[in-house]
Ligand binder design. Structure first.
Ligand code: PBG
Length: 333
């Protein structure tokens, strides 16, 4: 047989024989401190209301949010992100900017229980409005739609109220044009110029949010979110424009969401903006699919989760929001 060029001098398997060599040459490493755990706060005391489509997760009353915050801190997680499900929803989502609203209570409880834990809040209206849309709905465009500019003012109020309750970072997720700038101005006006904004800059109108909407009771009562969240088939360059705009408006960290079906987008944002911290949201539907298959014994949950998070990180995300944050921290030991 004719000698093949490079062989046997070059044998890539040499880097694979010994587990220690495999570990040594790794580039992608997961760590608990880059993971953020989503938590859902609801009214009551001692209430743990399981979320059917997200086994292992529940809506928690504020006292139990405090317990979870302690666990998250102990495990060394990067932080928690809080979502509120108020007792009463209305057209304007008033609970979201009430000083005694559900998420404000949850922030205080989490910070009291675990002062060093990074507490982030989701800034949006869909969990608080009776119609389930991400802002003020009117018909100024000729059909029911979220009024972008009316929503901006309320987003500023909501974010400021979260900061006043002790949130360390706010994360606007409503995909309104100008939301980062409006929130930055509101925070700065309230002397919270030190509170960073993690923007859900690139958020697609995705079917993978289904279980979350059960968790947050936030399914729109009419229509869908396609008039504000991105079209999955849009030019990838549109994602870059979203990121650039948010950075111009003062975003400190940008996010791509969902994660697994959008690894190409994560990679593009990472390459275009190497100096900008990039987060990715491993969303509820991604969680539910793996849990369901694992419950049936069809896949190895731990291996699949670690491989998925490795892929998201390898694509370019430094921060991952995931419903497995606690488990992963334990697995990584
Ligand atoms: C909106 C929001 C959503 C998620 C995070 N923030 C839902 C939506 O846009 O309908 C989804 C997260 C997930 O699916 O895990 N406040």
């Amino acid at each position: 047989m004719a000698p093949r060029p490079g062989f046997p001098t070059t044998r890539l398997r040499r880097l694979r024989y010994h587990p220690a060599v495999r570990r040594l040459v790794r580039e992608t490493r997961l760590s608990a401190e880059s993971l953020i755990l989503p938590l859902f706060a609801r009214p009551g005391k001692g209430v743990r209301q399981p979320i059917a489509s997200m086994p292992g997760h529940a809506q928690l009353s504020v006292d139990l949010i405090a317990e979870e915050a302690k666990v998250a801190a102990k495990l060394g997680l990067g932080g928690v992100i809080l979502f509120g499900i108020p007792a009463e929803k209305d057209a304007a989502g008033r609970d979201s900017y009430s000083p005694v609203g559900i998420v404000q209570q949850a922030i205080k409880a989490a910070k009291d229980a675990a002062p060093d834990l990074l507490v982030i809040t989701d800034v949006c209206f869909c969990e608080y409005t009776d119609h389930g849309h991400c802002g003020v709905v009117d018909e100024h465009t000729g059909r029911p739609d979220v009024n972008n500019d009316k929503t901006l003012e309320l987003l500023g109020r909501q974010a400021l109220s979260h900061a006043q309750s002790g949130a360390n970072m706010v994360a606007p997720s409503g995909m309104m044009d100008g939301m980062v700038g409006a929130i930055r101005a509101a925070l700065d006006g309230g002397d919270f110029e030190h509170v960073p904004i993690m923007s859900y800059a690139v958020k697609y109108a995705s079917a993978f949010y289904g279980p979350f909407r059960e968790a947050a009771e936030s399914t729109p009562k009419f229509g869908d979110r396609r008039a504000y969240q991105m079209d999955p088939a849009a030019a990838a360059g549109q994602a870059l424009r979203e990121v650039e705009l948010d950075l111009t408006e003062g975003a400190d960290i940008v996010m791509v969401k969902p994660a697994l079906a959008y690894l190409d987008i994560i990679r593009r944002v990472a390459e275009r903006h190497p100096g900008v911290p990039l987060a990715a949201y491993n969303v509820s539907g991604e969680y539910a699919m793996v849990r369901a298959a694992a419950e049936r014994g069809w896949i190895d949950e731990r291996a699949v989760v670690l491989e998925s998070l490795t892929a998201i990180t390898r694509a370019g995300a430094q921060i991952v929001l995931t419903y497995w944050a606690k488990e992963v921290a334990q697995w990584l030991g």
